[in-house]
Design a protein around this ligand. Structure first.
Ligand SMILES: [Ca+2]
Ligand SMILES: [Ca+2]
Length: 272
């Protein structure tokens, strides 16, 4: 009945178990991260087209502005890629980026894996900084208990949310100048996660601003992609009853997924 538990005292069993773990979880084994990623991507490619239908079915019904495939896959970013000095104003939500170009992630140049190829200046004299901006909408930010941003970058990056720095890769000082090269730091399509304090996010519009810095003027490539995942508390927001007069409420309690029978009770909205 408890085969694994009964066998654990056996030295040979434990060794066999360790061997299997080593074989399958490491060095390209069938349960290694690389193999799982390939397996997942293979399955994702099968349902790729279905996202269009799912978006039409769910996305359009949930937002005032209909969502489309771009919202679910590569996100669209505004970017400034002319080597200009944007100072610090560009990080703020109020900054007007309508004149900036826009494109779908991954953005960058030099690797051949970019969905949007941005300008980088002359070969051998690449600009130090490329700027990216995006506005996202967050509902009920006060319910968010944890958030993590995922970054793909080359060579270094700083991320600001609503004008405040929330992540910076190694090799960059705070507030790096527009002509600052991250000397000696080489990252090729590097991937990293950064925890974001939930308090950095507000209900409504949130501005994500990212600056990518080259390591030197001769570097051939820039990469940028980004995602943000947030977790919410399971405590629902209070439900307020509007209007006047007595309302009949029908309620059900739910404990660990088990619902009670419903009951009805009169309630009167409180005066406001
Ligand atoms: Ca580079
Ligand atoms: Ca790239």
């Amino acid at each position: 009945m408890f085969l694994d538990q009964d066998l654990r005292p056996n030295t040979e069993y434990r060794m066999r178990w360790a061997d299997r773990v080593q074989k399958h979880l490491f060095n390209g084994g069938q349960l290694s991260a690389a193999k799982w990623t390939a397996r997942f991507n293979s399955l994702a490619s099968i349902v790729d087209s279905a996202i269009v239908a799912e978006s039409a079915r769910w996305g359009d019904a949930k937002t005032a502005v209909p969502l489309n495939r771009v919202n679910w896959l590569g996100a669209t970013w505004k970017y400034k890629d002319d080597g200009s000095n944007q100072g610090t104003a560009w990080r703020a939500p109020a900054f007007n980026d309508t004149a900036w170009a826009s494109g779908t992630a991954e953005l960058g140049y030099g690797d051949g894996d970019e969905t949007t190829v941005v300008g980088g200046g002359p070969v051998g004299a690449r600009y130090a900084t490329t700027y990216f901006r995006k506005t996202i909408t967050v509902a009920n930010a006060n319910q968010i208990t944890a958030a993590t941003l995922h970054l793909r970058y080359d060579d270094t990056a700083v991320v600001y949310v609503n004008g405040t720095e929330v992540a910076r890769t190694a090799g960059l000082p705070a507030d790096p100048a527009f002509d600052f090269y991250a000397s000696g730091v080489s990252n090729e399509n590097a991937e990293a996660d950064f925890a974001v304090q939930p308090s950095a996010l507000v209900s409504g519009a949130n501005t994500i601003a990212v600056e990518i810095h080259q390591r030197d003027p001769t570097s051939s490539d820039v990469s940028f992609d980004f995602s943000l995942n947030a977790s919410r508390t399971s405590i629902p927001a209070p439900y307020f009853i509007a209007g006047s007069g007595v309302k009949n409420l029908r309620v059900r309690a739910c404990d660990s997924g088990t619902e009670s029978s419903s009951t009805t009770a009169p309630a009167r909205p409180s005066a406001t």
